[in-house]
Design a protein around this ligand. Structure first.
Ligand code: AMP
Ligand code: TRP
Length: 333
């Protein structure tokens, strides 16, 4: 069976964009592949953060992913497998300063930090972020990596590093990981459909997957539809986004019916919003219920993830033994 690996940062909340763009796909992939999904807490240390909230958000993300249908045996916390960092050092020595300096995410995040403070502290961890990501992927010899298009550059770097490793140490040891893209286009902010749904824009710009039903309904009811800026004959981004939400939620029947109305000019935006709101609320209700069940026994859920991390760690340790051998490091007795 082919190997799949992906990671998500523990950012606090999980929104419809994360779900349709990533997590939903992960849940499905579990049927077909040997999957490993990581909550990448080491990655979250690359930007300013607080220790208590990092730990809290890591567990939160674990519970959310389980509630969405990720199987506990496929889920682990990155920092419980310190071999990721060990391998990332070896790989850092195979990545050039110049190629890391070309990573657009590094530039974007540096700009983001300097926007509020021109002398902001930019950590070298942020610079090495893609190398750690390469280690996440290569340590399990992942064939496929489900990611958004924004991660293309990082994945290419992983392949380049793998190739350089193989060349330098004279063995086809690491395989070249390929991306697996989701078909869902970027989900847009309900409050500003010119931007993608994202937590960093603020609360009104994302719909929380585990949010209160009333709030979800309200956000969809007040979603921006037609701003009059779209050339006639073209669907405005806000309306397109609502249709996309229907399709991504699996309500193809509602999608087709409302699309027919749209094409004949009979579509009422209120009817579209009503259908979207009900579809979303129905979709997320079982997730909320599942989260409540899991939260009733937090301790045993945490223990389960510590166990699965220990189990997954064995594969990472095996890779590190082989890497030590190949790269000229010593081994333990
Ligand atoms: P982030 O926390 O923004 O890095 O996102 C985590 C995952 O969710 C990535 O795989 C993204 O591609 C996906 N994602 C984030 N925002 C959106 C969005 N608005 N629409 C679709 N996918 C998204
Ligand atoms: N950088 C990824 C993101 O921002 C998260 C991530 C970390 C990841 N390690 C990974 C994704 C390994 C895929 C594989 O979305």
């Amino acid at each position: 069976m082919k190997n799949v690996l992906s990671g998500i940062q523990p950012t606090g909340d999980i929104h419809l964009g994360n779900y349709f763009g990533a997590v939903q796909n992960w849940v499905r992939l579990q049927e077909e592949y040997k999957c490993r999904f990581a909550v990448v807490d080491y990655h979250s240390m690359t930007m300013p953060y607080k220790a208590d909230s990092l730990r809290e958000n890591t567990w939160k993300m674990v519970f959310y992913l389980l509630a969405c249908g990720i199987k506990p045996e496929n889920l682990f916390v990155q920092s419980l497998i310190p071999e990721h960092v060990e391998l990332s050092w070896v790989l850092a020595c195979l990545a050039s300063y110049g190629e890391l300096n070309r990573m657009t995410q590094f530039k974007d995040k540096t700009d983001q930090l300097r926007e509020s403070d021109k002398d902001a502290f930019v950590s070298s961890g942020l610079f090495l972020y893609p190398v750690l990501q390469a280690a996440d992927i290569l340590i399990y010899h992942a064939d496929y990596v489900p990611v958004g298009k924004d991660q293309d550059q990082h994945l290419e770097l992983s392949r380049n590093i793998a190739q350089r490793f193989n060349h330098q140490f004279g063995k086809e040891y690491f395989i070249h990981p390929e991306p697996l893209y989701t078909e869902t286009p970027k989900i847009l902010s309900p409050a500003d459909p010119n931007k993608k749904m994202s937590k960093s824009l603020g609360e009104k710009h994302y719909i929380n997957l585990f949010g209160e039903e009333d709030r979800v309904r309200k956000q969809i009811k007040s979603a921006v539809t037609d701003t009059g800026e779209t050339p006639s004959g073209e669907m405005s981004p806000g309306v397109k986004n609502l249709f996309e939400l229907l399709r991504a939620s699996g309500n193809q029947v509602g999608y087709d019916a409302l699309m027919t109305d749209y094409q004949s000019g009979a579509l009422k935006y209120s009817a579209l919003k009503e259908e979207v709101a009900e579809t979303i609320v129905t979709l997320i209700r079982p997730f909320r219920e599942r989260l409540a069940e899991l939260s009733a026994d937090k301790r045993s859920v945490k223990a389960q993830i510590q166990d699965s991390s220990a189990e997954i760690r064995k594969r990472a340790q095996q890779t590190m033994r082989e890497v030590r051998e190949l790269t000229g490091l010593l081994s333990m007795k």
